[in-house]
Design a binder for this molecule. Structure first.
Ligand SMILES: Cc1cc2nc3c(=O)[nH]c(=O)nc-3n(C[C@H](O)[C@H](O)[C@H](O)COP(=O)(O)OP(=O)(O)OC[C@H]3O[C@@H](n4cnc5c(N)ncnc54)[C@H](O)[C@@H]3O)c2cc1C
Length: 288
């Protein structure tokens, strides 16, 4: 069923990074939950020579909550997100996403880092993380670097991660008060379905003015991306239906969806506009 490969299962982060560094020159990949990689290997889209199992690496687990922000290990599972009362407060959009993510068995093993690293335009944890201004920390034997998740993706399934690097942590600041942070997954079923259109939003207000807008779009472009022009339409303004329409149009303009078995490009464009308008309107009403 699979082409032969070597398997290494390090017990700690240093061991995992050494194993990845030693794999230079061969196709060496990490495996976390395996819910993408195994499927891709079965379909022969991926043929690694060496696999480094990182599921037992304790440093990749754990969540830290401070007054300033939140930091979670790359190995945090979707179930971990759902079971954390702190995440429910600090990242409502992530919980919205996790609730509709796959089914129970997949949620128990699927990791946040695996969702980012797979590079799918329909990766459901990525729009919420973009709406939260998340950073990712990458580690290798040469050291660590932290960058904005917004700078991580380069093109369809292409990103800035070197093959000897692991995503070790994902961090984001506390949401401003008051604010709304939400994610809407439009799919053909309520569960176990690939996203047709995903929109994540953070909207904050003070003194009747929108002080922060973050809009991230999933499944409607080669990779998950922010609708920056739409955000700029809203920030610094007292929102009106006309401004919200303008922002929804700007979000649609940044989308470049494809036709596939789940939906046409035309339908996806229509739903980006409708969902952006609806989420911003509802958030603005709640904030005021
Ligand atoms: C039945 C089913 C339903 C699904 N439903 C959804 C869904 O609703 N929404 C959704 O977004 N996805 C869904 N998926 C896809 C998948 O579950 C997610 O993308 C998941 O988050 C992948 O995480 P993982 O730990 O299983 O990754 P793996 O399969 O272990 O790895 C995926 C990729 O990430 C790399 N990787 C893993 N960990 C790291 C790390 N720490 N650093 C760097 N690279 C790393 C691997 O090398 C590989 O290239 C589904 C999959 C299945 C099989």
């Amino acid at each position: 069923m699979y082409a032969p490969f070597e398997l290494e299962i390090p017990r700690d982060l240093a061991g995992a990074l050494n194993a990845l560094a030693a794999g230079k020159g061969s196709k060496t990949v990490p495996i976390a939950g395996g819910t993408n990689l195994i499927v891709d290997m079965r379909a022969k889209r991926e043929r690694p020579d060496r696999i480094v199992g990182i599921g037992a690496v304790g440093e990749l687990r754990g969540m830290e909550f401070t007054r300033e922000g939140i930091s979670i290990g790359g190995g945090t599972t979707v179930t971990d997100l759902l079971e954390s009362p702190e995440i429910a407060v600090a990242a409502p959009s992530l919980v919205d996403s996790a609730r509709l993510f796959a089914g129970l068995m997949v949620r128990n093993t699927a990791t946040v880092a695996g969702n980012i690293a797979c590079g799918s335009p329909a990766a459901d944890l990525v729009p919420p993380l973009l709406s939260l201004d998340a950073d990712v920390t990458l580690a290798s034997v040469a050291g660590t670097r932290t960058l904005a998740l917004d700078e991580y993706f380069l093109a369809y399934k292409r990103d800035v991660r070197r093959s000897d690097e692991l995503i070790t942590r994902i961090s984001w600041p506390r949401l401003p008060e008051p604010s709304i942070n939400t994610f809407y997954k439009l799919a053909r079923r309520k569960g176990d379905a690939i996203t047709v259109t995903g929109v994540a939003l953070t909207l904050a207000a003070s003194g009747g003015v929108c002080t922060r807008a973050r809009i991230a779009l999933g499944a409607v472009a080669p990779f998950v991306l922010r609708a920056r022009k739409a955000e700029a339409v809203l920030e610094g303004r007292a929102l009106t239906p006309e401004l919200i329409d303008e922002a929804a149009a700007a979000a649609t303009a940044v989308a470049s969806p494809i036709d596939d078995v789940r939906a046409s490009a035309e339908y996806r464009l229509h739903t980006v506009e409708a969902l952006t308008r609806r989420l911003v309107s509802q958030a603005w009403d709640r904030l005021n």
